[in-house]
Design a protein around this ligand. Structure first.
Ligand SMILES: Cc1cc2nc3c(=O)[nH]c(=O)nc-3n(C[C@H](O)[C@H](O)[C@H](O)COP(=O)(O)OP(=O)(O)OC[C@H]3O[C@@H](n4cnc5c(N)ncnc54)[C@H](O)[C@@H]3O)c2cc1C
Length: 452
């Protein structure tokens, strides 16, 4: 890399927890970060789920380098044993961190393309010597081009939720039914959202922590607004097995285990019915405009007023199209990382700490980090991302020994058998197992618990 390229900043895409931690780690290494954030504030994606409580306590969601950067401002980490909400995470830690970074964070800067200066994807000549070129768009449509010595894409996956369709494509009629569909955990403290679900029959599609949370919220709504007829139908593509509800009491993250237990309670207590082995093929309307879910096997459910689709998240790779990525064909995660996080192979949720080596691509000095690095795998934890960017910053600074060192022990989940820990894994079919009976059943009944 020549001197003028070396003088350029390391561009970090996204001012989420991992992008901001990357900036802190780069500063620690005397490298200059420039964080580009699409939203108007730090942690725009986290703020979209402000109302959701994390299953990780404060002690596991603050990056050590960020904490050092914040210390001179008098910042003190909240009680390590307490569990922040998304709003707490953003307001009490991530925005103060972004404020300390100051002009190194640019807001309203959506990255729309990344390439090598003067080298499209097919050109080899001196490719590694060229700086990266990054195209940005402001909310008013104004375009800008900047250059970077390296790029860390920590743009997450939150803006690209997976559809309901069992094939991975939207179900027929899914787009046309948008007025009655949401892809987010509802914020029932918001009066408008609460009104939307009160007294309504809502289908929740998905089997990860987000679906568990939505089911628990809807059960609470039904309890509070007793008599209004609030009810949920929980749609599972696979059957119900011992792992359906996550790690439960065996999860080393107890709050995460509790999410599955809360979903189970919602069904056991009669606030939700579970429909298993249902792969949504189409959304149709009844005479009142309500939605009828039709399965690939032809089954049709009773009409529902609302549908909440929480079938996982997937990475947006469109703006990286001119770069040479090495991605696993199933998970869309870096090829060397994928075997470590593949839900088919690591259904117990164990994830090995990893860093620059596993996250590198044929495109030198380009890294996908954070939630995006997991592609469609559902088990990402913030502490994994903090370790990733520690290693990447060390590697970029030439400290290869530190880049290879593992400085993290991750919790086991105690979950085995293919269940989604965070959101429904791409490989959910593998969990179909012996309980994949195409039937409507109530969890806790003999039909649900026997056999597996
Ligand atoms: C509901 C929920 C609960 C979770 N709970 C936990 C938990 O308890 N513990 C835990 O460890 N993990 C948890 N996670 C997982 C994970 O830690 C978080 O999703 C975390 O926010 C991921 O951080 P990130 O920085 O990789 O991505 P994000 O937080 O998604 O941040 C990405 C940022 O990039 C920006 N961006 C996107 N595209 C562009 C673009 N083209 N140009 C510029 N900027 C862009 C976004 O606006 C966003 O600010 C949870 C996730 C969710 C959704």
């Amino acid at each position: 890399m020549n001197a003028s390229t070396q003088a350029l900043p390391v561009v970090v895409i996204g001012a989420g927890p991992i992008g901001l931690a990357a900036a802190a780690r780069l500063i620690e290494r005397d490298l200059e970060p420039l964080v580009l954030e699409a939203g108007p504030t730090a942690a725009t994606a986290v703020r979209a789920w402000s109302h959701v409580r994390l299953f990780s306590p404060w002690s596991e969601v603050v990056d050590p380098a960020a904490e050092k950067l914040l210390a001179p401002t008098g910042w003190v980490r909240p009680d390590g044993a307490a569990y922040p909400s998304g709003a707490d995470w953003a307001d009490l830690y991530l925005q103060p961190l972004a404020d300390v970074l100051g002009e190194r964070v640019r807001y309203n800067a959506t990255v729309t393309g990344v390439s090598r200066a003067g080298r499209d994807r097919i050109v080899d000549a001196d490719r590694d010597e060229q700086p990266f070129v990054i195209h940005l768009t402001a909310p008013d449509g104004a375009e800008e081009r900047i250059h970077a010595r390296a790029v860390i894409d920590a743009s997450g996956t939150f803006s690209t939720p997976s559809p309901a369709g069992g094939s991975g494509l939207p179900a027929l009629g899914e787009k046309a039914a948008a007025d009655r569909i949401s892809y987010r955990i509802p914020d029932l403290k918001d009066p408008a959202v609460r009104a939307r679900y009160t007294g309504k029959h809502t289908a929740v599609i998905g089997t990860g922590a987000s679906a568990f949370t939505a089911l628990a919220y809807l059960a609470d709504l039904a309890k509070t607004d007793d008599g209004t007829g609030t009810h949920a139908t929980w749609i599972l593509r696979r059957g119900i097995s011992g792992s359906t509800f996550g790690g439960g009491d065996a999860d080393q993250l107890p709050a995460r285990g509790a999410l599955g237990l809360a979903a189970k309670a919602a069904v056991d207590d009669g606030y939700a019915d579970a429909v298993t082995g249902f792969r949504t093929d189409a959304f149709e309307r009844d005479g009142d405009g309500r939605l009828v879910l039709v399965a690939e096997d032809g089954r049709r459910l009773d009409p529902v007023d609302e549908v909440i689709i929480l079938t996982g998240l997937r990475p947006d790779l469109t703006f990286l199209d001119e770069l040479r990525l090495s991605l696993d064909e199933r998970l869309q995660a870096p090829t060397a990382l994928a075997p470590l996080i593949d839900p088919n192979q690591h259904s117990c949720g164990t994830v090995y700490p990893h860093g620059a080596t596993e996250l590198s691509h044929p495109e030198k000095d380009l890294y996908l980090a954070g939630m995006k690095s997991y592609g469609r795998a559902p088990t990402f934890l913030a502490m994994t991302g903090y370790e990733q960017v520690r290693s990447i910053a060390a590697h970029l600074a030439g400290d290869h020994e530190a880049a290879e060192r593992v400085e993290l022990t991750l919790p086991e989940t105690g979950v085995c058998g293919g269940a989604g820990l965070f959101d429904e894994p791409a490989a959910e079919e593998s969990g179909a197992g012996c309980c994949a009976a195409p039937a409507t059943l109530t969890i806790g009944s003999p039909a649900a618990t026997g056999g597996c």
